[in-house]
Write a protein that binds this ligand. Sequence first.
Ligand SMILES: Cc1cc2nc3c(=O)[nH]c(=O)nc-3n(C[C@H](O)[C@H](O)[C@H](O)COP(=O)(O)OP(=O)(O)OC[C@H]3O[C@@H](n4cnc5c(N)ncnc54)[C@H](O)[C@@H]3O)c2cc1C
Length: 433
Amino acid sequence: MEHIVIIGNGISGVTLARHIRKRSDAKISIISAETNYFFSRTALMYVFMGHMKFEHTQPYENDFWKKNNINLIHKKVSEVFPKEKSLLLDGNTVITFDKLVIATGSKPNKFGWPGQDLEGVTGLYFKQDLENLEKWAPTTKRAVIVGGGLIGIELAEMMRARNIEVTFLVREDSFWNGVLPKGESQMINRHIKEHHIDLRLSTGLKEIIADENGRTKAIITDKDETIECQIVGLTAGVSPNIDFLKTSGIELGRGVKVNRFLETNFKDIYAIGDCAEQHEGIGERRPIEAVWYTGRMMGESLAQTLTGNPMEYKPGHWFNSAKFLDIEYQTYGWVWAKEKENETHFYWEHKGGKKAIRIAFDTESRRFLGINTFGIRMRHEFFDKVLTDQQSVDYVIENLAAANFDPEFYTSHKKEIQIEFTKQCVGLKNESL
Ligand SMILES: Cc1cc2nc3c(=O)[nH]c(=O)nc-3n(C[C@H](O)[C@H](O)[C@H](O)COP(=O)(O)OP(=O)(O)OC[C@H]3O[C@@H](n4cnc5c(N)ncnc54)[C@H](O)[C@@H]3O)c2cc1C
């Protein structure tokens, strides 16, 4: 019987295993160094904040895997030998495969800062990071978080939930401004400060200093300021967790290079999820997509391919969602931080400064290109259809009520949004001609 081995039990690996099992009796093994059972990484913060127990992050009962005849191996893969079709586990056990799928996810970036491996320094990625934070939190007065993205702000929220003071170092001059346009980025700067987080923009980390026991006691910024702290959170992005493949001969870039069928340069060896890198990004997408739903989609597509129905990975329209403290953020289609030449952006921000909408559209044709929403929940299906149907921005504005989960919000702000839209964007085409 064919043996399919999956390295990594994150969302991409387990989705793949479940979907293969629906379609085939192949022998399936999932190997993970982190935990026995799959858990939702995105929920780690809620465990720390006491909203749920760790068990609640595990969507499947522990006996689910046995019942579905999926073999779980709790070990680290130290090396892969593509030609021999074998793997080395924990440096001492060899197993063989017919097909191999690398689904090893990401790891937090470390940029060689002095002191980056001290006790008290952690990323927020693995279950072990959560355990360390639990251990250190009771004796921590201040945490310094380095890197202003989605994970950094989650860590800041976690620390504040335990009344730990937070200094947040953001290298850019405004929060996440490589992704968020100016209006939204500045709104989030203000929101962070209102949550009593000491936000330091245009500031980086130079060094982490140890006390006499080798534990973190302070950091020094690139402006030579010393800040006392007991925890340092390294959240300056993630990169594919693929160091163990360096000698394998599998083609690597930043991630594991794959084609549209998610296959590597070796037949029968594939990569999915955060660690996979397309030779060329699909449409406007980046070659590496480190998000939850794309990992799931790659798992679903590859399950088809591995069970006799070759299927290209076609992710459809881009969307994403996150939370900046208590402001929910959603994005559909493409809204770039800076308008491209052919684009116009419409931006509306509620006077309370906690809700905003930005819509990008093609200036000539008025085709809707994408939307960012803050503090307002929109319906995925609506925007998926609007993007597929290539509707105009005017259609979207007219139908925003249908897109909105919160009818009350829309009733009270509809007029204001429409007036603002007319002011900013109607008649634009004629003016620009
Ligand atoms: C705190 C946090 C919040 C997030 N929030 C969001 C969000 O709101 N929305 C969103 O879209 N995305 C979010 N993400 C990103 C999302 O969680 C990832 O995109 C997703 O988990 C990647 O899944 P994966 O299956 O590719 O890999 P992973 O989940 O990283 O799983 C890979 C597994 O492989 C194991 N492994 C690695 N190397 C080896 C080896 N050599 N041997 C054995 N096992 C190995 C790892 O230990 C890990 O368990 C968040 C991530 C974090 C950390």
